[in-house]
Design a protein around this ligand. Structure first.
Ligand code: NAD
Length: 270
């Protein structure tokens, strides 16, 4: 029996096989979890339903997958609908994974100082506020003692040129984790963030992962990048009762990169 035997929950943010959300979902389903999945709705004129099809390709035939529901997190009705579906199809839930971020490409390409007002609002809404919106709407269906996990990045703690407005969103997200941990603590509900090093994903590529991979390999104490499997393992830990007692925490999964105060083994290059 796996550590998630009898546990049910909602996974957001699966786009394709490379998504960190999929690495975590796959890992916890291997431990017995039953999951409902939300995915970004296809545009009404996209008759091929590419988003739905990509998720279906991963989940089809898996009896532990209980439903697929389109949710755009800027839409409160979508959020309420997926929580209603959790209630009707899963009863109470034991975990909620938030693995969602977006910023306009132009706001990632330019300097942070040139971020547009509309782009800032959109990035904050999707990448930070959505954790509040999902957690709040989930309250009636969350079991006491449930675990909420989000995905963050070091660019919210320190300046990472190129990460730009997304770094500002991650700073807000890290703070939201701590405030929600306080709000939900009396029910034993934990709220944590996994701060992953660069991983090749669709969003990651848009946020400059390609350039970061070499830097991490050269600078991190472990001398390598993290893997999707490791993201699955750490996500499994934080979503499970193995991490009971941990809340309001930002756990770095980055080969130790964040602990460095100098270029370390890269110093010869200077
Ligand atoms: P991904 O592209 O696979 O996942 C991002 C998800 O966000 C997609 O499923 C996308 O559909 C969803 N999304 C975007 N806008 C949405 C909206 N309005 N409503 C609902 N969903 C929406 O990429 P990923 O790298 O797996 O990203 C997951 C999380 O991990 C993000 O928060 C990202 O910032 C974070 N993260 C990624 C890395 C990395 O290197 N890839 C590192 C640290 C943190």
């Amino acid at each position: 029996m796996g550590v998630f035997a009898g546990k049910k929950g909602l996974i957001t943010g699966v786009f394709n096989k490379q998504s960190i959300a999929w690495a975590i979902a796959d890992r916890i389903m291997g431990e017995g979890a039953e999951c409902g999945f939300s995915y970004m709705p296809d545009k009404p004129d996209d008759t091929r339903q590419k988003n739905l099809n990509r998720v279906q390709k991963l989940t089809d035939g898996n009896p532990q997958v209980r439903f697929l529901q389109p949710v755009d997190v800027t839409n409160d009705e979508h959020i309420q609908a997926v929580m209603d579906r959790c209630g009707s199809e899963l009863g109470k839930i034991d975990f909620l994974l938030h693995a969602i971020a977006f910023a306009l490409p132009d706001d990632l390409k330019g300097d942070t100082i040139a971020t547009s007002r509309a782009g800032f609002k959109l990035a904050m809404d999707i990448s930070a506020y959505s954790l509040i919106a999902l957690a709040n709407a989930a309250q009636p269906v969350l079991n006491d003692g449930a675990s909420i996990l989000t995905l963050t990045y070091f660019g919210g703690e320190k300046t990472v040129p190129g990460y730009n407005v997304m770094g500002v969103c991650k700073a807000a997200l890290d703070s939201i984790v701590k405030y929600l941990a306080y709000d939900l603590g009396p029910r034993g509900i934990r709220v944590n963030a996994l701060s992953a090093g660069p991983l090749q994903t669709i969003s990651g590529r848009g946020a400059g992962v390609d350039e970061m991979l070499g830097l991490y390999e050269a600078m991190a104490p472990l001398g390598r990048n993290i893997t999707h499997e490791e993201a699955g393992n750490s996500g499994c830990f934080l979503l499970s009762e193995m991490s009971s007692g941990i809340t309001g925490e930002i756990l770095h999964l980055d080969g130790g990169y964040n602990s460095m105060g100098s270029p370390g083994r890269l110093i010869d290059k200077f």
